[in-house]
Design a binder for this molecule. Structure first.
Ligand SMILES: [Zn+2]
Length: 159
C-alpha cells in the first residue's frame, strides 16, 4: 500500500480532484465505486451529474512516508495549483478554507501550469519545498509545512 497524494481526473474536461490517503490504492478503488454509485462524499461538485466511470483517470501523483506528510503535500499542492480546474472545495487537506485568499490569482494559469510538464516539475518542486522541515526562530519548534507557517514565525505566540 502506498501513502500519498492521488488525483481523480475527468478526461473530458480536465477537471481534477486531489486527495491524500494512507492507502492510496484502496482509496482509489473506493473513489471509483463512489463515482459509480453517485456517492456524494467524494466530490460534492459531481452530485446530481451523470457520471461515466470511463471518463475518469485515477493516478497516484506523489508518494510519502507518512499520512501527515501526505496531508501537508495535499495542502501545498492546492496552494500551488488552486483554481477552477479543481473539484476540491477547500484549499487545505483538513477541509478548512484557511487564510482568505484571492482565488482568482491562484486560478490564473494554474491548470496550464499543471498541464505543461516543465512548469509542473517546477511547481511540484516548489510545493515539496513548502513542506521541508523548518525551525521557528521564536520558540525553536521544528516541523514541516503548513502548520509551521500558520502558527509560527511571524505568528508565533513566543514572539
Ligand atoms: Zn514558534
Amino acid at each position: 500500500m502506498t501513502i500519498g497524494l492521488y488525483a481523480v481526473i475527468n478526461k473530458n474536461t480536465g477537471k481534477t480532484y486531489i486527495g491524500s490517503s494512507k492507502h492510496v490504492e484502496l482509496r482509489l478503488i473506493h473513489q471509483k465505486s463512489f463515482l459509480k454509485t453517485g456517492h456524494p462524499c467524494m466530490i460534492a461538485a459531481l452530485k446530481n451529474t451523470s457520471i461515466n466511470i470511463e471518463d475518469f483517470d485515477f493516478k497516484i501523483i506523489a508518494e510519502t512516508k507518512t499520512i501527515e506528510e501526505a496531508r501537508e503535500l495535499e495542502t501545498a499542492f492546492l496552494e500551488c495549483f488552486w483554481g477552477d480546474w479543481l473539484y476540491n472545495k477547500a484549499i487545505h487537506a483538513n477541509g478548512s478554507k484557511g487564510v482568505k485568499r484571492d482565488h482568482d490569482t491562484y486560478s490564473a494559469g494554474a491548470k496550464k501550469q499543471w498541464n505543461d510538464p516543465e512548469q509542473r516539475a517546477k511547481k511540484m518542486a516548489a510545493m515539496r519545498g513548502k513542506r521541508k522541515i523548518v525551525e521557528c526562530p521564536h520558540c525553536g519548534k521544528t516541523g514541516g509545512g503548513g502548520n509551521m507557517r500558520r502558527y509560527h514565525f511571524e505568528k508565533c505566540k513566543s514572539k
